[in-house]
Write a protein that binds this ligand. Structure first.
Ligand SMILES: Nc1ncnc2c1ncn2[C@@H]1O[C@H](COP(=O)(O)OP(=O)(O)OP(=O)(O)O)[C@@H](O)[C@H]1O
Length: 233
């Protein structure tokens, strides 16, 4: 049984608008799935359809019963009037979380070197600090499924390693992860499987071997699966 089964026939931002079509993949527990594709290919739109944020989706999206999910958006979003810590208190109250989750939040904040900033307003943070804040906010609820859009953007090398370790720890705990990224070398190294999106549709899905075969690039890398700009026949 999968944590998430996606079978999108077509979807878009308003009724009958077709931005993406024929996208089918699943995510199991402990599986890290990399979603790869050029700018504007339809990756974020696919994520939005999973998050039920699109006005028009034809198809089926099933999540395992009673499973929870967290989403780390490409661009961090914080409330202007709340400090970082107040964001945690707010989420804990809204989601009715146990007190232990706030203790866990502090452990994670320490790990991500944000503990000394918890009484500051995140909108005054640097891009990387905001990204780390969003990551901890997504993790402290202990989701079954984690959806991450471009997680490495703006992170310094130490924070990148921290994030990679965190992804590995989450997988070991059984969390299923969907990660959109343009950092193909890292994706190829760490993901269990891939979904390649091109011009709004799924070009290939499966293990590295499967997608490379589908892209006629058995000796290539993930780069070979993307049609490069300026390519001629
Ligand atoms: N709110 C919107 N309303 C209408 N069209 C949109 C909207 N958001 C995105 N699109 C269009 O949907 C298409 C797919 O965009 P999407 O953001 O899913 O691409 P992406 O693969 O995530 O790209 P990137 O790598 O640049 O983040 C693009 O043509 C884009 O212009």
């Amino acid at each position: 049984m999968s944590l998430l089964d996606v079978k999108i026939k077509k979807a878009g931002y308003k009724q009958n608008m077709e931005i993406i079509r024929d996208i089918e993949f699943s995510i199991r527990r402990s599986e890290l799935v990399g979603m790869i594709g050029a700018n504007g290919a339809g990756k974020s739109t696919t994520i939005k359809s999973i998050l039920e944020q699109l006005a028009f989706v034809e198809g089926e999206i099933h999540r395992e019963e009673n499973s929870t999910y967290s989403y780390i958006p490409e661009r961090p979003v914080f409330y202007d009037e709340l400090t970082l810590w107040e964001h945690f208190e707010f989420v804990a109250a809204v989601e009715n979380l146990h007190d232990s989750s706030l203790i866990y939040a502090k452990e994670l904040l320490k790990k991500f070197h944000l503990l000394q900033h918890i009484h500051e307003f995140p909108n005054t943070f640097s891009k990387g600090m905001q990204q780390k804040g969003m990551t901890v906010l997504a993790l402290f609820t202990k989701p079954d499924l984690l959806i991450i859009d471009e997680p490495f953007m703006g992170l310094d090398p130490a924070s990148t390693i921290l994030l990679l370790n965190m992804i590995e720890e989450e997988r070991n705990k059984g969390t299923g992860i969907l990660m959109c990224t343009h950092i193909l070398d890292t994706a190829q190294r760490i993901c269990d499987s891939f979904v390649i999106i091109e011009q709004g549709t799924m070009k290939a899905a499966g293990t590295l071997e499967t997608v490379l075969e589908k892209c006629n690039a058995t000796d290539g890398t993930l780069y070979s699966c993307l049609s490069l700009e300026g390519d001629t026949e």
